[in-house]
Design a protein around this ligand. Structure first.
Ligand SMILES: Nc1ncnc2c1ncn2[C@@H]1O[C@H](COP(=O)(O)OP(=O)(O)O)[C@@H](O)[C@H]1O
Ligand SMILES: [Mg+2]
Length: 222
């Protein structure tokens, strides 16, 4: 098991009320799986992905990465494990507008300082080629279509050779044709490179193609 949620609870305390989003959710993710997480808007899909990726704190319960509690370690250690193991892809791409596609992809490689700028550049070029954007490396995000921006974001997520990709509505901002291209790309990465992929989505098309579909409902996996 590469990633597990065990009796996961998440509450948010707002001024007036306590919102119980996750209420004892359990899920086991096997290496190289392609899992689609479906659920109504507000069901807690993003909350779950953030918790699985070490970006938030559970209120109760555990997230296990390779069997070890991801939240019983120091923040710095978790940040390190996250950078080595997990790549994120978001609905709105979150590219840095003042940098080129190539620079955006290089960025996570430069943060850890484990490779040189030249190596990062070489690797980022390769990744952009992998996602079919070798002809757009010096474009800025504003000069790219939505689908192209999402490809750049996927290449960036792959920069540190993660084992797991967490994708939060990656096609949610794209027309259906562009969305299915992005979906095909993720499928190919899963098949050929064996990334473990977890996608929160409303897309039935993605769900149809994935190896497993789970539904978040009433704070649990249905
Ligand atoms: N920081 C927060 N504070 C209070 N409530 C939140 C916060 N983040 C999310 N929520 C609430 O938690 C619920 C689940 O949100 P989310 O995980 O984003 O759902 P989904 O991604 O399935 O649409 C929603 O009702 C949302 O309003
Ligand atoms: Mg969401």
């Amino acid at each position: 098991m590469i990633l597990q949620a065990v009796n996961l609870h998440k509450y948010y305390n707002t001024r007036k009320t306590k919102v119980n989003v996750l209420k004892g959710l359990n899920i086991d993710i096997v290496e190289a799986e392609f899992v689609t997480v479906l659920g109504a808007s507000g069901a807690g899909k993003s909350t779950l992905l953030h918790l699985l990726g070490g970006l938030d704190m559970p209120s109760e319960g555990q997230v296990l990465l390779d069997g070890s509690d991801f939240y019983k370690i120091k923040d710095r250690e978790r940040a390190y494990l996250r950078s080595r193991n997990i790549g994120f892809v978001f609905q709105f791409y979150h590219l840095l507008p003042e940098f080129t596609a190539l620079e955006n992809v290089m960025m996570p490689g430069l943060v850890g300082g484990s490779i040189t700028a030249a190596e990062a550049k070489q690797k980022a070029s390769q990744l952009l080629e992998e996602v079919g954007l070798e002809h757009r490396t010096s474009h800025h995000p504003a000069e790219l279509s939505g689908g192209e921006q999402q490809r750049v974001a996927i290449a960036r997520a792959l920069m540190n050779d993660p084992r797991i990709l967490l994708c939060d509505e990656p096609t949610g901002n794209l027309d259906s044709k562009t969305g299915s291209k992005i979906c095909e790309l993720l499928m190919r990465l899963n098949r050929e490179k064996e990334y473990t992929i977890i996608i929160a989505t409303h897309s039935e098309d993605i769900a149809k193609l994935s190896s497993r579909v789970v539904h978040v409902r009433d704070g649990k996996i249905e």
